[in-house]
Design a protein around this ligand. Sequence first.
Ligand SMILES: NC(=O)c1ccc[n+]([C@@H]2O[C@H](COP(=O)([O-])OP(=O)(O)OC[C@H]3O[C@@H](n4cnc5c(N)ncnc54)[C@H](OP(=O)(O)O)[C@@H]3O)[C@@H](O)[C@H]2O)c1
Length: 321
Amino acid sequence: MSTKQITVIGGSGFIGRAIVRALAQRGHLVKVAARRIERAEPVKTAGDVGQVMLMRANLRVPSSVARVVAGSDIVINAAGIGWQQGRQKYQSVHVDGAKTIADACRGFGVKRLVHISGIGADARSSRNRYILSKVGAEDAVISGFPDATIVRPSVVFGPGDVMFNRMARIACSAPFLPVIGDGSARVQPVFVGDVGAAVAAIVDRPETAKSVFELGGPRVYTYREIAALVLHEIDRAKPVIGVPAALMKVAGFFAQQAALLGLTPQLTVDQVELMLHDNVARAGAQNLATLGIQPTAAEAILPTYLDRFRHGGRYNQHAPA
Ligand SMILES: NC(=O)c1ccc[n+]([C@@H]2O[C@H](COP(=O)([O-])OP(=O)(O)OC[C@H]3O[C@@H](n4cnc5c(N)ncnc54)[C@H](OP(=O)(O)O)[C@@H]3O)[C@@H](O)[C@H]2O)c1
């Protein structure tokens, strides 16, 4: 395997960090690009001195993207937003940003482009603004760089994730754990380390150009089952109660106002809508197994970071199942 110069845009994020680690472990030279690049400092230790370089770039500023793309063999777009705030809009970051990257890659003769999308990004009939921007982003990537590889993960779990940490946090303070609607929508959580390994494998396999991968974990759960799993992991016996979607959207609307203060909203209207629909890899899609990766079970990883939500904290013994 030859060493490549790889730029990871969004390399300071939850998924981006895992990708950077996997690439550095394989000996590649990695440029990490993001706006608040200081947040990427911890990934520097993923490689030897000088192997992981940090560079500031903003997808809304094409010249900054050109600067980080220039000289790269491979570019990975792991940037994205979960809610809109100020100039950070789904259109400007997801769609226009994807086009900017694809154009820069073409212009600088980059050999491979890997775009991190999400399951459902082919749902053209969706009315969800987030999903529609993911559809638009994939279209922009394919039209600007037809040989790009698209990676669509289901919900991603691991230390620092959004969904499992949020559920555990709510379970600690609320008298019950809410699920949206009847909680019967299905999801296939995939481990962030497996997503990183998948991207590293894609980089090493030229035959994966011009293809789509859908990444899910070993098991499909309903959201109600996920809630039960979280409660089990944190040793808290609370009822799981279905809350009508309309009510949760109202809660999401008020919660997302936190973004105006620069805080991370605990829930948004778009997220509520997403959790009403299945988020599962399509049968027959290329997946982790295609890349020779055995998916990691959520049950094996959740105890390593949800233990802090247990009664008595991290060092309290977990009750046997
Ligand atoms: N997490 C999941 O469960 C999941 C599941 C499926 C798909 N995805 C997709 O995977 C991608 C990454 O998700 P994540 O969970 O890793 O998100 P994250 O932790 O919020 O990281 C997002 C990254 O994007 C960067 N970014 C945002 N706006 C930018 C801009 N204008 N210019 C340059 N960089 C920008 C952020 O850095 P700065 O803000 O400092 O610039 C950060 O590095 C997203 O496209 C997301 O939709 C995530």
